[in-house]
Design a protein. Structure first.
Length: 629
């Protein structure tokens, strides 16, 4: 007896389902909003009212995490990168993040530009010049002599390790899994949607899915708040320098965050999404202008020689960089806690935010294109941008340039570098504008993502929800800065690491869930059928006819065909493409024509209701017998 399939469609023949083709009503998930909101608001209130009591708790949690979970962060970073590269190079790499035959929404050039924009932010201005300079002056334990030629190359390699392939592998994992779930399986743009194949529909929409989305919101809040805190620190440093206002204090930082948060609220309330997008594009152009100014007004020949050498150093030292852990001694463990593990935690915290952004621009691309492109393209561009900024800072230190012969706080390095370039007296003001725009646009974008996670994946969440998360994020940034001083970044690093620890385990489950779901994908199932059928046909053909045979498709005896070892009617193959209405009730659908059995029109969102007599008799009446709701 032939199995019964949803809509009489064999799972091999399903072209895929996009989330915008589904009939879904988005509402606020009050469980997610209440739990995540209560926890984070309580933390902000606690941190502002009594920062001296938060500090020892954060420090103790941070120390415990470093001693007991540092290896987890390192292992997750390695496993995610290796697994994604393996997936891209496997047959699964051919599976599209969309329906079969669907073209990519954006051209390769536009897609690459947007990936570049996602990777360029406040970090290239803050850490680009200061991080490699720090490694050059104080190399990682058991590596090179301070301020030596080898220390210079290792400094850039160490920075590339933190900002390169591993960082973008985190984003590719979350972005790819969400894009696959939304544009191939028709689910909401939620972290929890990824786990449908692992937990089942009931648990994904129940407690397990709720906890995943809560963890995603908390991780995004703290990760983005750290970036906003860094932006505020550097804006404060720039204002102090250009205005001769004196030493930067936490009070000044709080005022800066408050002013920029008002700008974010205005942008969110006005709904000027197009204006924010234009500002973001302008910001990227201004950032590139600044980087090119450093290249051509700084040590151009030195940088052109250093960049390829530093990239080669990074590639050949990857094994050594990945192998560093507590087993190398206390000094290495301390370095890891301040730098490497902190970065892994930061990227993990940013993965829901950046992942959803990358997912939304990658519809229609294959897993191979998406994964390799997301990991390699932004990393390569960042190698150039960060290499220019960091290499120029190191060169100025070696040449004894003004200001580089003394210890500097990280926010001050960029402005000291600019001060040593000719013809750019205007550039510090441009940098302050870049940082301010970044603060507002990053807060806006991250708040929208958290609004989506709060409203069941609604791509246009309610404004008050977006504003709420933006205000909480600004509050967390203030608390982070109150826990440390204006230069040490202690509070930022401690809280990002602690809050990212649970989400590191979530990423491992994401990887397992995505791999499991790919096994039941229509294209994967089709490849399995093709391999089995061809292998059987060739074996039988050679056995019966030698070299003189051809292959024809004929019906085989039950249990002997291409799908003999597959139960194609199992729920793991068919449950996902059963169409439902707004009340989650099954409804008929024709994959060939795209018509819904109840007359639903996707263009208008309306349903043509056929009279009960016609449904019972199965007859087709006049058009006048149909009512439109």
């Amino acid at each position: 007896m032939r199995p019964q399939y949803p809509h009489d469609t064999h799972p091999v023949l399903v072209p895929g389902i996009a989330v915008d083709e589904q009939r879904r009503r988005y509402r606020i998930d009050w469980r997610v909003f209440s739990i995540a909101g209560a926890l984070t608001v309580a933390f902000v209130v606690w941190g502002i009212v009594s920062p001296e009591s938060v500090a020892p708790v954060a420090e103790a949690a941070f120390s415990w995490s470093m001693e007991n979970l540092g290896w987890v962060f390192n292992l997750v970073a390695i496993v995610v990168l290796v697994a994604l590269v393996g997936m891209a190079l496997s047959p699964y790499g051919r599976i599209p993040l969309g329906k079969e035959g669907e073209k990519p929404e954006f051209s390769t050039f536009s897609w690459t530009a947007m990936l570049f924009a996602g990777g360029l932010g406040v970090a290239v201005l803050f850490w680009g010049p200061s991080e490699p300079l720090t490694y050059f002056i104080s190399p990682p334990p058991l590596t090179n002599e301070p301020e030596s030629v080898r220390a210079m190359h290792r400094a850039l390699a160490q920075m590339y390790y933190h900002w390169g392939f591993h960082a973008w592998a985190f984003y590719a994992l979350v972005g790819g899994a969400i894009a696959y779930s939304a544009y191939r399986r028709g689910r909401s743009l939620l972290m929890s949607s990824i786990f449908r194949a692992l937990f089942g529909k009931r648990h994904t929409e129940g407690l397990a899915g709720m906890l995943v989305d809560v963890f995603a919101i908390i991780a995004t809040l703290f990760g983005t708040a750290a970036a906003l805190g860094i932006a505020a620190m550097q804006i404060g440093s720039g204002v102090s320098i250009v205005s001769n206002a004196g030493e930067l204090t936490n009070s000044m930082l709080i005022v800066i965050i408050a002013v920029l948060t008002v700008g974010f609220v205005i942008s969110a309330v006005s709904g000027v999404a197009r204006g924010i997008r234009y500002l973001s594009n302008i910001n990227i152009v201004l950032t590139l202008v600044m980087i090119l100014a450093v290249l051509f007004l700084g040590p151009t020949l030195f940088l052109l020689n250093l960049l390829p050498s530093a990239v080669i150093e990074y590639l050949f030292s990857l094994g050594d960089l990945m192998g560093r852990s507590l087993s190398w001694g206390e000094e290495t463990q301390e370095f890891q806690s301040v730098w490497t593990v902190y970065y892994w935690a930061w990227w993990i915290s940013w993965s829901p935010f950046v992942g959803i952004f990358v997912a939304r621009i990658s519809r229609g691309r294959t897993i191979r294109q998406f994964t390799l492109g997301t990991i390699i393209v932004p990393s390569s561009l960042l190698f150039v941008a960060y290499g220019i900024m960091g290499g120029a800072a190191i060169w100025m230190r070696r040449e004894g340039a003004s200001g580089f012969d003394e210890e500097m706080a990280p926010p001050d390095v960029l402005f000291t570098l600019i001060d040593n370039l000719p013809y750019v007296e205007w550039l510090p003001y441009v940098v302050i504008v870049i940082l301010a725009i970044f603060f507002i646009t990053a807060a806006d974008s991250a708040s929208v993502v958290m609004g989506m996670l709060t409203m069941q994946g609604d791509p246009r969440p309610r404004r008050w929800v977006v504003i709420f998360w933006g205000l909480v994020m600004a509050g967390i940034a203030i608390v982070m800065l109150l826990l440390g001083d204006a230069t040490a970044l202690t509070g930022l690093q401690q809280l990002v690491t602690v809050t990212a620890a649970p989400f590191a385990l979530v990423l491992i489950i994401v990887m397992i869930a995505w791999f499991r779901e790919l096994r039941t994908d229509p294209m994967a199932l089709r490849m399995h059928y093709a391999h089995t059928a061809v292998d059987n046909a060739v074996t039988e053909g050679v056995d019966r006819y030698g070299d003189d045979f051809s292959i024809h498709v004929v019906e085989a005896e039950p249990g002997t065909g291409a799908g003999a070892d597959v139960d194609s009617s199992d729920d793991c193959f068919t449950e996902w493409y059963q169409r439902t209405d707004e009340n989650d009730e099954p409804v008929g659908y024709d994959f060939t024509t795209g018509e819904w059995a109840d007359g639903y029109d996707p263009a208008t969102g309306e349903i043509s209701i056929v009279s009960a007599e016609e449904q019972i008799s199965g007859e087709t009446g006049d058009e006048s017998d149909a009512q439109t709701r």
